[in-house]
Design a protein around this ligand. Structure first.
Ligand SMILES: *[C@@H]1O[C@H](CO)[C@@H](O)[C@H](O)[C@H]1NC(C)=O
Ligand SMILES: *[C@@H]1O[C@H](CO)[C@@H](O)[C@H](O)[C@H]1NC(C)=O
Ligand SMILES: *[C@@H]1O[C@H](CO)[C@@H](O)[C@H](O)[C@H]1NC(C)=O
Ligand SMILES: *[C@@H]1O[C@H](CO)[C@@H](O)[C@H](O)[C@H]1NC(C)=O
Ligand SMILES: *[C@@H]1O[C@H](CO)[C@@H](O)[C@H](O)[C@H]1NC(C)=O
Ligand SMILES: *[C@@H]1O[C@H](CO)[C@@H](O)[C@H](O)[C@H]1NC(C)=O
Ligand SMILES: *[C@@H]1O[C@H](CO)[C@@H](O)[C@H](O)[C@H]1NC(C)=O
Ligand SMILES: *[C@@H]1O[C@H](CO)[C@@H](O)[C@H](O)[C@H]1NC(C)=O
Ligand SMILES: *[C@@H]1O[C@H](CO)[C@@H](O)[C@H](O)[C@H]1NC(C)=O
Ligand SMILES: *[C@@H]1O[C@H](CO)[C@@H](O)[C@H](O)[C@H]1NC(C)=O
Ligand SMILES: *[C@@H]1O[C@H](CO)[C@@H](O)[C@H](O)[C@H]1NC(C)=O
Ligand SMILES: *[C@@H]1O[C@H](CO)[C@@H](O)[C@H](O)[C@H]1NC(C)=O
Length: 632
């Protein structure tokens, strides 16, 4: 049949309409399928309708047993938090000013799940459980593999919430010269009760936990299956201060976003200082001897460091707050453009065991001053998840250190070519030259002495079969290492201020003038024996070439000498004096970690380091046959 033009046009548009309808159905079928799947459809659909379209829900409808628990608060909290309440998202800190006498309220909702995010969340949860097995004792016990999926869902509904906060700013004294107190700390209030959605000093004490900030930081964890209400309260501040508090608050289900450690020993070790510089190191960052592990760690600089003169009160009350230190610390080894010129950081393998550690070298400090150094980790700078939640920060316990007097006759030297373990203050004189020249002077002398010894050692049958060797337990490598340790400690004296009265220090060069021409007063001179060991340096070349003036020497540890005797062939004729024998006094000192740095050894510092333990064990090996006197 032939169609008229009108009929064919109708047919064409009919076909087009049908195709359009099919296309529509093809593109939007989930709506229909979804409606059919919702078994108790009425409340869920109403819930969905209640959502503000500008605030789309980010949750899935795949798990009906789990979803309804979240529906009510997802809407009331994420959708529209009450006025004056800030909602917190997992691992996303909020910054907020808090006026004195007021409370800021935050609400943290457990992160919801949706499709892929749910899968990821579950994987993370599994990960977390592995990580927190110790803390979370019993949580994983007696579980069957097949129960795991359901159990995860249950745990999803009740999770550990880590709340942490840092005070970034606090009221400052109006007149710093008159104010002797520090501004009071903030207080954290935490509630999980629907009846107490504004925790604070005025709320029912039974329904909330109260945790005071410590040095500008707070950490609190709880288990919750619903939203957590958080109040940060600023106390009334006296008229001596002005300004507001600024705080950063973070909630996380992974770990503390802002953490601090006030319990452990300081992770930062003060090695030594001079009148305007100081050297600090971290503990060993690994004890692995795997070269790839070591190379990997040597390529990182995991820590940042803050330092501050203790006479300045600016960081008091903020010592555990990363942003507080960023804002107020005088010196920061952190790449944010502030005062980095005063401190240089690098990795080093100096010290016992040659394990990697990070070192911080200060310059431009004030003389005779007390400082604190605070080590911290900035998670936002490294992508690797550390002990804090991703992107968080961690602050460690402060370490005290001080600078020497302005006599300037002790100077820090590091990075010597031969005596590579030397990193401490040595007798010096500003007129002699810079630290590089000073280091070369000492290093060249030690290397020259070593080459004489090397020639003697070459006479010994080192490579001989074991029956002809000097010892079955030691070889010439051990002897050479022991000699080098001893030689560097003996030829490069460790220098302390003359004003330091510690009994284990040996006064030197007492009748010489200080670099500024000053002499010791007659009364001090009269109180000291007029003998060579007081009147001159151990190595006369120091007095002739450098003329440091009066200083005190941290004597080498006697263990260095005993180790030399044990490791080297008797033929070389080494011997050591014992305490109370002639030649001991003024040449060696005993290692006594309880009294501080009583003697000098490779890798020694003002804080017991790993080397401290090693050296104690050498002492136990001391044989009875010790003769002769070694030294200068
Ligand atoms: C969790 O621990 C189990 C054994 O306790 C181990 O088999 C599994 O690989 C660990 N998973 C992760 C992600 O570390
Ligand atoms: C803080 O100051 C307000 C008035 O400024 C006063 O009502 C309140 O009682 C004070 N709180 C404390 C703890 O002193
Ligand atoms: C604390 O609050 C009171 C009352 O609002 C105000 O007068 C005072 O200046 C505030 N103190 C500081 C340090 O801001
Ligand atoms: C290496 O360090 C780990 C912990 O970091 C410790 O458990 C282990 O005992 C250490 N090994 C040695 C040889 O010190
Ligand atoms: C050094 O002392 C001056 C004056 O006391 C002080 O202003 C300055 O901040 C101090 N600098 C350091 C790095 O301690
Ligand atoms: C550091 O010095 C302060 C006083 O300035 C003192 O209270 C604190 O105990 C010292 N810390 C250590 C570890 O010696
Ligand atoms: C130290 O002085 C020498 C010259 O005596 C100079 O070549 C060198 O660059 C100086 N080093 C530093 C770190 O200033
Ligand atoms: C010591 O002597 C040996 C050869 O006997 C030589 O290989 C080595 O480089 C020397 N060491 C030093 C530091 O001079
Ligand atoms: C010396 O002994 C140490 C073990 O004590 C060993 O590692 C080293 O290879 C030995 N050196 C020589 C040259 O035999
Ligand atoms: C050292 O001792 C003298 C007198 O015994 C004393 O006047 C001086 O203050 C002491 N110095 C230090 C730093 O303790
Ligand atoms: C130390 O003794 C020398 C000679 O032995 C003498 O010249 C010097 O004046 C004495 N110094 C003091 C302070 O007694
Ligand atoms: C002490 O040193 C001074 C100057 O260096 C010297 O004149 C004096 O003789 C020395 N005294 C002794 C006992 O060595």
């Amino acid at each position: 049949m032939q169609l008229s033009p009108l009929q064919s046009r109708l047919a064409a548009s009919l076909v087009a309409s049908c195709l359009l309808l099919l296309l529509y159905l093809f593109l939007f079928p989930p709506n229909f399928a979804l409606a059919a799947e919702l078994t108790p459809p009425i409340p869920l659909v109403l819930d969905l309708d209640g959502f503000d379209s500008s605030n789309p829900p980010t949750r899935s409808l795949v798990d009906p047993t789990y979803e309804p628990e979240f529906a009510p608060f997802d809407r009331s909290i994420i959708g529209r938090a009450p006025a004056g309440v800030t909602s917190l998202t997992n691992n996303e800190p909020m910054s907020m000013n808090v006026d004195n006498g007021t409370t800021q309220v935050f609400v943290f909702a457990l992160p919801g799940v949706s499709g892929r995010a749910a899968e990821k969340d579950r994987l993370e949860l599994r990960d977390d459980r592995n990580a927190s097995e110790g803390r979370d004792a019993g949580a994983g016990a007696g579980e069957h593999q097949e129960d795991e999926e359901r159990d995860l869902t249950r745990r999803q509904a009740s999770r550990t919430v880590y709340i942490s906060a840092n005070t970034c700013q606090q009221p400052q004294p109006v007149d710093p010269s008159k104010t002797t107190s520090d501004p009071p700390q903030l207080t954290l209030f935490v509630s999980t009760s629907k009846q107490n959605q504004s925790p604070g000093p005025l709320a029912d004490p039974a329904s909330q936990r109260v945790i005071a900030f410590e040095e500008g930081a707070v950490m609190y964890s709880l288990t919750s299956n619903s939203e957590v209400y958080i109040g940060v309260h600023a106390p009334n501040v006296s008229q001596e201060f002005s300004g507001v508090y600024n705080v950063r608050v973070a909630g996380s289900v992974d770990n503390y976003y802002y953490s601090y450690d006030s319990q452990d020993n300081a992770d930062l070790i003060w090695v030594d200082s001079d009148s305007q510089g100081a050297l600090l190191i971290t503990h060993d960052l690994t004890n692995s001897s795997d070269p790839t592990v070591i190379a990997q760690i040597m390529s990182t600089e995991p820590y940042v460091l803050f330092a501050h003169n203790t006479q300045d009160r600016a960081i008091n009350g903020l010592k555990y707050s990363f942003c507080g230190l960023q804002n107020y610390a005088q010196i920061a080894a952190i790449k944010d453009g502030r005062r980095t010129d005063l401190v240089k950081t690098s990795m080093t393998r100096r010290g016992q065991g040659n394990f990697p550690k990070q070192q911080f070298f200060f310059s431009g400090l004030n003389s005779s001053s007390q400082y604190i150094g605070i080590l911290a980790k900035d998670g936002s700078a490294s992508t690797k998840r550390q002990t804090t939640a991703a992107g968080g920060t961690e602050v460690f316990k402060p370490t005290n250190f001080s600078t020497k007097s302005d006599h300037g006759n002790c100077a820090l030297i590091v990075d010597l070519a031969f005596c590579d373990q030397v990193a401490y203050s040595v007798p010096s004189n500003p007129s002699f030259g810079n630290a590089t020249k000073l280091a070369n002077f000492y290093d060249t002398f030690a290397a020259g002495m070593y080459s004489n010894f090397n020639k003697s050692l070459a006479q010994i049958q080192c490579e001989a079969p074991s029956s002809q060797r000097y010892s079955l337990a030691r070889n010439c490598t051990d002897c050479a290492a022991a000699y080098k340790d001893w030689l560097c400690s003996v030829t490069i004296p460790r220098c302390e201020d003359f004003s330091n009265n510690a009994s284990y220090l040996q006064p030197r060069a007492i009748s010489q003038p200080f670099p500024n021409g000053q002499m010791l007063d007659a009364a001090t001179l009269a109180s000291l024996p007029n003998t060579t060991s007081f009147n001159s340096s151990r190595n006369p070349l120091i007095d002739q070439v450098i003329s440091p003036g009066p200083y005190r020497e941290v004597l080498p540890c006697d263990d260095l000498c005993y180790k030399l005797v044990q490791n080297c062939p008797a033929k070389l004729g080494f011997g050591c004096p014992l305490p109370n024998q002639i030649g001991y006094q003024g040449n060696y000192a005993r290692h006594d970690p309880s009294s501080g740095l009583t003697c000098n050894f490779p890798g020694s510092a003002h804080f017991p380091s790993a080397g401290a333990k090693a050296i104690v064990s050498w002492g136990l090996l001391v044989g009875a046959v010790v003769a002769g006197i070694l030294g200068f």
